[in-house]
Design a protein around this ligand. Structure first.
Ligand SMILES: Cc1cc2nc3c(=O)[nH]c(=O)nc-3n(C[C@H](O)[C@H](O)[C@H](O)COP(=O)(O)OP(=O)(O)OC[C@H]3O[C@@H](n4cnc5c(N)ncnc54)[C@H](O)[C@@H]3O)c2cc1C
Length: 387
């Protein structure tokens, strides 16, 4: 019998991993407890990060974002809008940050260009006219639902299995090796046991709870944050504060709306994260700093999603890296169990590549990753009968 891999979690990371393993000829099945993308993936801000936001703090993360933007433009153009980003300094301190920001972007391979405020206003007439310093970077917008569905569609058409509303309720092992998972099919009301040689935990902010099913402690910090959208495109570019990453820094145009985000706090229970009224009010005011008409636009929605930050820190979530980690749990006594945590939606393909490399090495499969060059099918193909 050929080896079989089970992926826990049908967000962007799990979807991209299913695709990668399938292209390497490795049999894999993905289980998602709800609808696909119903976790953090379907609720994030939708920014395709050029990496500029991270360049001063971490050049490597910034470079990785930029690389992945280029890859996604090649393999998934239907899910991406390359609308560029405008960073604005609204006070002297932030304006002083500008030259360092541009220099760090350069080190990361991100083209960042200063423009005069008058030119920035021509590009985006709704921005604060008192901006002191403006920089254009290759940020963009990604469709939170379509992109993961493109990965799932391509994997499925190639024979992979992805099952929604199937919750992994147990991870089984024997003599220190993973042997399979127990799942509960919420639609059928049945419990099944599925054998597996390898289980990859792509549970996002729930990854700690998934790892606990195998008795493993996974260092992770689920960090919820709130976003608020108003009706109408108040900007076509992604408009951000020009300063080190903080709360309420970014306005993303998404279809016919504009969304400001986000706040951030920490929790042990991502399912219990609610949308605080105070955060909604604060974000609406904060958005007016960048786009003065924001809070006057008709309200569209406010919602909350939890970041799956890798690691734990007493200094709070903003002190944790935005990088991702693939962790083997062999040293915790469960060989064949891996977790992938951290990262961001922009780098979902790179996260999948790193996890698939570990899986392939363990199975003795030497097929390389080819996902960066393999155009994805349309998200619509997920719903078509496999050929
Ligand atoms: C407020 C906010 C804004 C963000 N904005 C951006 C942005 O603009 N750009 C960007 O690139 N990134 C952004 N991110 C980060 C990005 O959203 C996440 O890094 C990414 O979506 C995580 O994807 P994932 O697949 O790892 O996790 P998830 O999407 O959470 O997927 C994990 C899945 O596992 C499922 N699951 C859990 N337990 C089980 C179980 N027992 N059995 C089966 N399934 C299970 C869950 O239902 C979930 O669907 C943002 C995050 C937040 C919180």
């Amino acid at each position: 019998m050929s080896s079989h891999v089970v992926i826990v979690g049908g967000g962007g990371t799990g979807a991209a991993l299913l695709h990668d393993l399938t292209l390497r000829g490795i049999s894999a099945t993905l289980f998602e407890r709800g609808e696909f993308t119903s976790g953090t993936t379907g609720r994030h801000h939708g920014q395709l990060h050029s990496g500029a936001r991270y360049a001063v703090g971490d050049v490597e993360i910034a470079r990785e974002c930029m690389d992945e933007v280029k890859v996604l433009q090649r393999i998934a153009p239907e899910s991406i809008e390359m609308n560029y980003g405008l960073f604005l300094a609204l006070n002297d301190d932030d304006a002083e940050y500008g030259p360092r920001f541009i220099e760090s972007c350069g080190e990361a391979g991100i083209s960042a260009r200063r423009v005069e405020t008058t030119q920035a206003l021509r590009m985006e007439p709704g921005i604060n006219p008192n901006a002191r310093y403006a920089v254009v970077v290759p940020d963009g917008t990604l469709d939170a639902y379509r992109l993961p569905m493109q990965f799932l569609a391509t994997a499925r058409q190639a024979g992979a299995i992805a099952r929604s509303f199937c919750e992994v309720t147990g991870i089984q092992s024997h003599a220190g090796n993973v042997t399979g998972v127990e799942i509960y099919d919420h639609r059928a009301g049945d419990t099944e046991v599925i054998s597996a040689d390898i289980v990859v935990n792509a549970g996002g902010p729930w990854a700690g709870k998934v790892a606990a099913l195998a008795g493993v402690d996974l260092p992770i910090t689920p960090a919820p944050g709130t976003m608020v959208a108003v009706k109408g495109r108040l900007c076509n570019m992604v408009v951000s504060h020009l300063h080190p990453p903080g709360d309420g820094d970014i306005i993303v145009p998404q279809r016919g709306t504009s969304a400001i985000g986000s706040t951030q706090w920490e929790t042990d229970d991502p399912d219990g994260a609610r949308t605080p009224e105070d955060d909604v009010r604060w974000l609406l005011n904060r958005a007016d700093d960048l786009l003065p008409e924001f809070s006057k636009a008709p309200f569209h929605a406010a919602w909350t999603a939890a970041r799956p930050l890798a690691g734990r820190s007493d200094a709070g979530g903003r002190s944790l890296s935005r990088d991702f980690e693939v962790i083997s749990h062999e040293s915790s006594g469960v060989a064949g169990l891996f977790s992938i945590t951290g990262g961001k939606a922009t780098v979902l393909r790179a996260m999948a590549e790193a996890a698939a490399d570990e899986v392939a090495a363990m199975l003795g499969v030497d097929a390389p990753c080819v996902t960066a060059e393999h155009p994805l099918l349309s998200h619509r193909d997920y719903f078509r009968r496999p050929a």
